[in-house]
Write a protein that binds this ligand. Structure first.
Ligand SMILES: [Zn+2]
Length: 153
């Protein structure tokens, strides 16, 4: 994308888009408008994301076209590109999103101690939620004993 396209896309996102952050972990960028051609142009320029049509919830409402991305790499790359163009409020939000992504990535590559056997292990990149057990066995044992630690012997 050219600098002009980037500036246009960032400006549009500032006005019509938003960042969503759940649990401090899951991030999404959403852009929602009634003008299909504008949303399509945005998607073409940023080269990521999918567009879906949102049916009007009430009679008389216009249909909306919703673009979104949630893959961490995509959100991180696009947010970083948009950042210099964003106003104070949206830039603060963008930085919050980037920090959450960085923290999340640090979390999955750092070894942690298994909550059951105590062995150190490195959670899988694809692990959803906070990894606490090195194996499924440890997880099952932990739940079975209702959170009591095994005896030291
Ligand atoms: Zn274990």
């Amino acid at each position: 994308m050219t600098d002009v396209e980037l500036a246009w896309a960032a400006g549009l996102f500032e006005g019509e888009g938003s960042f969503k952050l759940w649990n401090g972990r899951y991030t999404t960028m959403v852009l929602s408008m009634t003008d299909k051609d504008v949303v399509e142009r945005f998607a073409r320029i940023v080269e990521v994301g999918t567009i879906r049509r949102r049916t009007p919830q009430q009679e008389g409402w216009k249909e909306q076209w919703v673009w979104n991305i949630s893959a961490h790499e995509h959100v991180r790359d696009l947010t970083t590109q948009f950042l210099p163009f964003l106003g104070e409020r949206r830039a603060a939000r963008a930085r919050e999103v980037l920090e959450a992504i960085a923290a999340n990535q640090a979390r999955v590559t750092e070894p942690v101690d298994c909550a059951w056997c105590g062995d150190s292990f490195t959670p899988s990149k694809f692990h959803v939620g906070r990894a606490r057990f090195c194996t499924r066995y440890c997880q099952q044992e932990w739940f079975k004993r209702k959170r009591r630690k095994p005896c030291a012997a």
